[in-house]
Ligand binder design. Sequence first.
Ligand code: TK8
Length: 343
Amino acid sequence: MAAALLSLTSLSAVAATEMPPLPDVTGDVVKGDGNDYNLKFNIGLTQSSAQYRGLEYFKKIVEQRSDDHIKVQTFHSAQLGDDLQSVSALQAGTLDMTAPSTSPMVSMFPQFAVFDLPFLFPTPEIADKVLDGDIGQQMLKDASTKGLVAIGWSENGYRQLTNSEHAVTSPADLDGLKVRTMQNPIHLDIWRTLGANPTPMSFAELFTALEQGVVDGQENPWITIESSKFNEVQPYATETNHVYTPFITLVSERTWNRLPESYQQLLRDAAKQMGDYERHVSRVMNDQIKQELKDDGMKITELTPEQVAVFQQDLAPVYDDWRDKIGGDLIDRIRAESKVDSK
Ligand code: TK8
């Protein structure tokens, strides 16, 4: 009896999180040029991420609406390369599609750095307004160069800190902590300013680095922490929500130029629908997964508004330093969206 109970509890503890169902495909079949196409789409996260769920929906839409003349082959867990390698592969024409975080791409597209400024997006709704409004749409146009065509936004989400050492409630607790960051100068600045010892690294190397103690901590959304099993090697987490990271949907320009216009439009439509659905999945699962991580024994610190304010104050200089480099005008426009929203 005790054994039966025990196995029941452990079963429920590992039960896979339920993803919201894949929506039905709407819209008519799109006529192409009679040719068949095969699109390889590679992402960095695992099969249990919201990102991969979004990819499954993208595949369903594109295959169904092209009457199977376009086949979408999905790859996860950086099987065909990490974010930066995938972008290079798109430029070389050896991969058709990918959806990296914007952060490692700031060296190519400096305006993406707004997404790295701490606490700039207070709510997901404001992120949506920016991504789906003029600013985000202009960014897609601006990023459609250098061998890439940018066709949509999904989300990675709000980032949380995890570590192997101790609970973190204030910047003082970060003293000397080795924190992996994305390959991005603002993230380096954030963690250096807070007193940690940051190391930039590709996401694909991160689990091993945490497991072997090369770094003590990292930061990513709850869903990424769980789907990448970081909680198995990181007993502590702090809900910092310090940065909101989007995923940008990219197509190789070489692939794009081979497609008839009707299929180009189909990819744009499907990327939009994937983005809406993926953001929904990501948000529905965020709290659910935080709870699961707690149930699985992760020690999660939820900060009080006063404790968050200490992080915000310490990070004020990061804003000032980056304001001119990114363009103060863009930052002000994003801030204005937040003000309109809070009225
Ligand atoms: C996945 C990455 C990842 C990002 C990171 O390819 O590197 O920490 O948050 O999720 O884009």
